[in-house]
Design a binder for this molecule. Sequence first.
Ligand code: SF4
Length: 402
Amino acid sequence: MTQTIKPAHPSKLSQMSLCPGSMKAQEGFPSQTSEAAESGNRVHDALRAVMEWANEGRENSLVTIVKHFGLSDRERRVYRFILHEVMSILSEHLGPTTYECEQPFSLTHNGTEIISGIRDFVVKCGDGTIHVVEYKTGRIEVEAADLNLQIAGYVVPIMLQKSDSPTEVFGHLIQASWDAEEKHSIVRYGIEDAENAYREILDIVAKANDDEALRIPGQKQCRFCQARGTAVCPESTDLVESLPDLIDQPVLRSPEIAPERVGDLMKVQTLLQASMSPERRSRVLRACLTADVISKKLKEEAKEILKEDAGAIPGFKLVDGSKTKSVDDIEPAFEMLQNIGFTGDEYQACLKFSLSRAVHILHSKMKADGMTQAGAKKMIETTLEELINVETNEPSLRYVGE
Ligand code: SF4
């Protein structure tokens, strides 16, 4: 390691491990915010306040916190879920003796800072255990605590860089994503685990600081990379551009396909299916998933460019968005349709009952009496239990690693 190392944020370690060039590629981009990031900040502020206000003797009830930070219904649910999990940790380990909320920290190597950031919550409990807790408020699931490099980056400095270092620390990852398989995952670090993690982090940071660091596109690493689809990362745009070749070429080159059959699309498609080995299908699918996240950004940018200059991108133009038509006033609508022969049954067949709308209405009416969104959902579903049809959507596709 040299003195020119640029410290990384622990949340970037996973991206850097998959694409070492991502750190340098994103240098110089202005910091971005998004609705999701601002929503996450509000929940984090509320979670910090609930701890600090208790210390200061200030009133910190749910109603006060929600009002003070202007939390939306979703943010309130996320806040309550995370707080509940934190309280479970505290009660299981005999309460807090000392704790820190959102304190900056860094990890050094030979006097050089290699990572720096802010930990959400670190607590030493009455039974002597130490817990590092990371809150994830977004909708996208992240790796569980035992595989999570961000947690490793938080734990290692506590275990290896203090004179009175503990020999055991628990890392907790609490994620409010409704799709997450493990919403609260826990990892126990002993000294050997911390030393291994330290070596892994050093290796990731060293590779990322190399002037020749490779840029390796992939769905996970590109999703939140500011360089995706820009000239700074030609690898990401090349991948999108080369996707048709990746899918077609091996089939067209396949010796068992006579050249005159190549023009027959149906046959090529059938052969494509038949000739795709599981490994190749996996490769193609991974390229498609990566291309999805890159092309999403490219399409958004293209729309903005075409709004400014309709002829800026050869072969493309903006077309009007599709229109959704609906009728709110259903009584006069029925009278009008009767005039053209609709019966009551036929009219009813056109109406669709919205469960989510019913939950929203009940929740709005009963909120002042303390009814939660989840409570309203439960009441509606219990009341209509006999009438509710449950349909399961098609399974979705997810890359889970090999
Ligand atoms: S867009 Fe993807 S490949 Fe390019 S630097 Fe970012 S993470 Fe790496």
